[in-house]
Design a protein around this ligand. Structure first.
Ligand SMILES: O=c1[nH]cnc2c1ncn2[C@@H]1O[C@H](CO)[C@@H](O)[C@H]1O
Ligand SMILES: [Zn+2]
Length: 362
């Protein structure tokens, strides 16, 4: 019998997550504990429930810039090694408990230096935390592998330094690079040197583009910078015309993205909060999936959006009627697009994802 698609059964399905921010996924109680330990007194609430609600409401602003302001509190309590190890370990545990089997988690090392850590020390702390979390998850019966993406902040000028850091740790599960932060006014080409360096190094990178700003940002990210994937990329729909009978006409950029199978790291809940879409039903994921773009589903910031991979899948199931075959398609798309070697990606698809969905669809 085919297992019904429900939140609980979705949790048991293998899932792959490519776009999740470490500093956007803390447990509310951990924010409170770390603030107390560090003497951080700026938190708006010291009750976990109230704090969780506060993050969600404040991030619900309709603007990316205001959404990003909420990160001052998570970043504020992650300024020492112990805090970074704890947050990373809990991240791995939480994702694994949700049924995520492979995740790429990103953060910007330059944000965690207020307590005197070097960017190297930041990376070592987070990597240690991920390994610890993987071990704890395994003990709990949930196997997960976490790859790290190092971000540079668009408004700062440290992209080349962070790109070198990512290459330096490429053999220690740092699998790629990204730029994050406010998009309007900070085009990807500002960091062209870093991207050219990464390409010379045969290193992988994605770029946040087409979230708060439209096609020019996507075009620069792909054609000038050479991004392999697009962080969000939802605004690619601005280059697609849909007629009254539902037929779609793709412009040259949208065609290029689809033809080259450039992965879109879509984050539906996050997009509703920053105003990129008015409702899930109107979210471009429906159209982009129908047109067979390389669509992947992601959480972006589990704390601010109060979501998980399973809740995103469940919401998509309810809104668009997606069944197990669709959820498997998103998952295989994500695994194909991971910044791991081809043989490793194939092994997860064949040994974990396909059998996992086969059990549910039998
Ligand atoms: O959706 C997003 N768009 C752009 N930047 C973001 C988004 N979510 C989080 N960050 C930014 O990325 C930094 C590193 O993790 C976070 O501190 C936040 O400022
Ligand atoms: Zn993001």
């Amino acid at each position: 019998m085919v297992t019904p698609v429900r939140f609980e059964t979705i949790r048991s399905a293998p899932k792959v997550l490519l776009h999740d921010h470490l500093d956007g996924g803390l447990r509310p109680q951990t924010v409170i504990d770390l603030a107390a330990a560090a003497g951080y007194s700026e938190l708006p609430h010291t009750d976990a429930r109230e704090l969780a609600d506060w993050f969600r409401r404040s991030a619900d602003s309709g603007s990316l810039e205001r959404y990003l302001e909420t990160f001052s509190h998570t970043v504020g309590v992650m300024q020492n090694r112990d805090a970074l190890v704890r947050v990373a370990a809990e991240c791995a545990e939480d994702l694994a408990a949700d049924g995520v089997v492979y995740a790429e988690v990103r953060y910007a090392p330059e944000l965690f230096q207020e307590g005197g850590l070097s960017i190297d020390e930041v990376v070592r702390a987070v990597q240690d935390g991920f390994r610890e979390g993987e071990r704890r998850a395994e003990t709990a019966g949930n196997r997960i592998r976490i790859g790290t993406l190092l971000c540079a902040m668009r408004q700062n000028a440290r992209a080349s330094e962070i790109a070198e850091l990512a290459v330096g740790y490429r053999d220690s599960e740092v699998v790629g690079f990204d730029i994050a932060g406010p998009e309007a006014g900070f085009p990807p080409t500002r960091n062209l040197d870093a991207f050219e360096y990464l390409r010379r190094q045969n290193a992988h990178f994605t770029i946040h583009a087409g979230e708060a700003f439209g096609l020019p940002s996507i075009w620069e990210a792909i054609q000038h910078c050479g991004a392999e994937r697009l962080g969000h990329g939802v605004r690619i729909v601005d280059d697609i015309e849909v007629g009254e009978d539902g037929t779609a006409r793709l412009g040259r950029l949208a065609s290029y993205v689809r033809d080259r199978r450039i992965p879109l790291e879509l984050c539906p809940s996050s997009n509703l909060q920053t105003g990129a879409a008015a409702s899930l039903a109107e979210h471009p994921i429906g159209l982009l999936a129908r047109l067979r773009f390389r669509v992947t589903v992601n959480t972006d910031n589990r704390l601010m959006s109060h979501c998980s991979m399973s809740s995103e899948f469940a919401a998509l199931h309810e809104t668009f009627g997606y069944g197990w075959d669709d959820l498997r398609w998103f998952t295989v798309n994500a695994m194909k697009s991971a910044f791991l070697g081809f043989d490793e990606r194939l092994a997860v698809i064949e040994d974990v994802i396909k059998p996992g969905y086969a059990r549910l669809m039998r």
